[in-house]
Design a binder for this molecule. Structure first.
Ligand SMILES: *Cc1c(COP(=O)(O)O)cnc(C)c1O
Length: 216
């Protein structure tokens, strides 16, 4: 399955985040042995434990909702935080990154699903963050792109619309706030059920769990 997915991602150069949440270390090592190096987790305790016992060249991505008081546990090693949805969280990531002598890559999470959901920014909120004095002073976070989750639905046209919307948000922010040197280039969208559409709509990074590891 890994090989099949990678061959579908290769024409667009889309990266694969293997979402290993709830799965045992043996399952991760199996994919590691096939060459996969990027793994995604959504619980702090779990990512910390897995980082400690698994090979050190794994890039750990935090893909879930992150509580401010837990940033300190992942700051020493996390390679990308996908779901930044407030200035407060970004401030804490900056602070903990500085303590660890690191610059941590982050994505801004957007609320793109037409259904109700608790998490994610809208365009105006993101603009407010990116133009705030607090953000402009931060030296230890790097905003490398955007992330979003489509509605869980069989209506593929709706899913496509939502991904198009995220791509549009990415383009707008790119023009307004970033230049070439800022390396603002990632669009993290697409999961097991909808990654084909996400890739067609410009995803640079898909987050796939079920297809690789089976049902949770
Ligand atoms: C669990 C999860 C995924 C992977 O979902 P699958 O449907 O198992 O591929 C992707 N993104 C986020 C944010 C998740 O929490």
């Amino acid at each position: 399955m890994l090989e099949q997915i990678l061959s579908q991602l290769s024409p667009t150069g889309t990266k694969l985040v293997a979402v290993s949440k709830t799965k045992p270390e043996e399952a991760i090592l199996k994919l590691y042995d096939e060459g996969q190096r990027i793994f995604g987790e959504n619980r702090v305790q779990e990512i910390v434990a897995k980082h400690e016992s698994l090979p050190k060249d794994i890039e750990w991505h935090f893909i879930g909702h992150l509580q401010t008081n837990k940033v300190k546990y992942i700051a020493p090693f996390v390679s990308l935080i996908h779901a930044v949805d407030s200035l407060k969280l970004l401030c804490e990531i900056n602070k903990q990154a500085e303590r660890n002598g690191r610059v941590i890559d982050c994505l801004l999470q957007f609320h793109i699903a037409e259904e109700e959901s608790k998490y994610g920014l809208d365009l105006e909120e993101a603009k407010a963050i990116l133009s705030s004095d607090d953000f402009l002073k931060m030296k230890n976070v790097h905003i490398s792109g955007v992330m979003g989750m489509a509605t869980f639905t069989d209506d593929l046209e709706q899913v496509r619309r939502e991904f198009k919307n995220l791509h549009g948000i990415f383009e707008k922010l790119s023009i307004l706030f970033f230049d070439e040197a800022d390396a603002f280039r990632e669009i993290s969208m697409g999961m097991s059920g909808d990654y084909h559409i996400a890739v067609e709509e410009g995803s640079t990074m898909v987050r796939i769990g079920t297809l690789l590891f089976g049902k949770r």
